[in-house]
Design a protein around this ligand. Structure first.
Ligand code: ADP
Length: 204
C-alpha cells in the first residue's frame, strides 16, 4: 500500500447479536484512530447514568425491542456531527432497519460523505446463541435472557439482515467469516479493508 491510502474511514459493522461485532468494532476503531459509535453502548451508558434518555429506553432494551427510529436517529446524527467523527467513524448497531439506512444516508449526504465499507460478520444462529448464553452468565446483561436473545436474533434476521442487500448493491459490503479466534477474525477484517485501500497509517 502507498502513502496515498485512506486516512479516513467511514465504516459500519453489521452482524447478529453475539457475532463479536462490538469487540471487533473496537479493535478496528482503535487501529484507525476513529471513534466507535455503538448505539447499544450509548443507550446502556445513559441507563446506567440515569439520564432522561436512559429512563425513556430502559423498558425497551429490557424487552429486547428496538428504540424508535426518531430517537435513535437523532442520537446518531448528533454523535456524528461531533469533531472527532469528522474524518471517520465505525458504526456498530446503527442502522438496523431500512428506515434507519435512509436516515443515515441523509445524515452523511448532508456532510457530503457516505459509508466506505460495510463489514458483515457472518456467524450462524446456533453459534450466536451459544456465545450469548456465555456472555449472559459472565456479564449478566439484563437483555441476555434466552427469550430476549431469541427475540433480538429474530429482529436481526427480519429487519437488519435485509439492509445488507441495499449496501451490497452499492458494492461496499465485505463479508467476513466470524467463526474463529478473535485475532484471526480481526486479521480477516484488516485484510478486507486493506484490499479496498483502507490501511493503518504509519503515523504515531
Ligand atoms: P445487541 O446487538 O446484542 O442486540 P446492542 O448493544 O447493539 O446489542 O443493542 C442493545 C439494544 O439497544 C437493542 O436491543 C435495542 O433495544 C437498542 N438499540 C441499539 N441500536 C439500536 C438501533 N439502531 N435502533 C433501535 N434500537 C437500538
Amino acid at each position: 500500500m502507498t502513502a496515498s491510502a485512506h486516512t479516513t474511514a467511514r465504516l459500519l459493522i453489521v452482524g447478529p447479536q453475539g457475532s463479536g461485532k462490538g469487540t471487533q468494532g473496537l479493535r478496528i476503531a482503535e487501529a484507525f484512530g476513529i471513534p466507535e459509535v455503538s448505539t447499544g453502548d450509548i443507550f446502556r451508558a445513559n441507563i446506567k447514568a440515569g439520564t432522561e434518555l436512559g429512563k425513556q429506553v430502559t423498558a425497551i432494551l429490557d424487552a429486547g425491542d428496538l428504540v424508535s427510529d426518531e430517537l435513535t436517529g437523532a442520537l446518531v446524527s448528533d454523535r456524528l456531527s461531533q469533531p472527532d467523527a469528522e474524518d471517520g467513524f465505525l458504526l456498530d448497531g446503527y442502522p438496523r432497519n431500512a428506515a434507519q439506512v435512509q436516515h443515515l444516508n441523509e445524515i452523511l449526504a448532508a456532510q457530503g460523505t457516505s459509508l466506505d465499507v460495510v463489514i458483515q460478520l457472518d456467524v450462524p444462529r446456533e453459534e450466536s446463541i451459544a456465545r450469548l448464553n456465555l456472555r449472559s452468565a459472565e456479564q449478566g446483561r439484563s437483555d441476555d435472557t434466552p427469550e430476549m436473545i431469541a427475540h433480538r436474533l429474530d429482529i436481526y434476521e427480519a429487519q437488519t439482515a435485509p439492509i445488507l442487500e441495499a449496501f451490497g448493491a452499492r458494492g461496499i459490503v465485505e463479508r467476513i467469516d466470524g467463526v474463529g479466534g478473535l485475532d484471526e477474525i480481526t486479521e480477516r477484517i484488516f485484510a478486507a479493508l486493506a484490499a479496498r485501500g483502507i490501511v493503518r497509517t504509519a503515523a504515531v
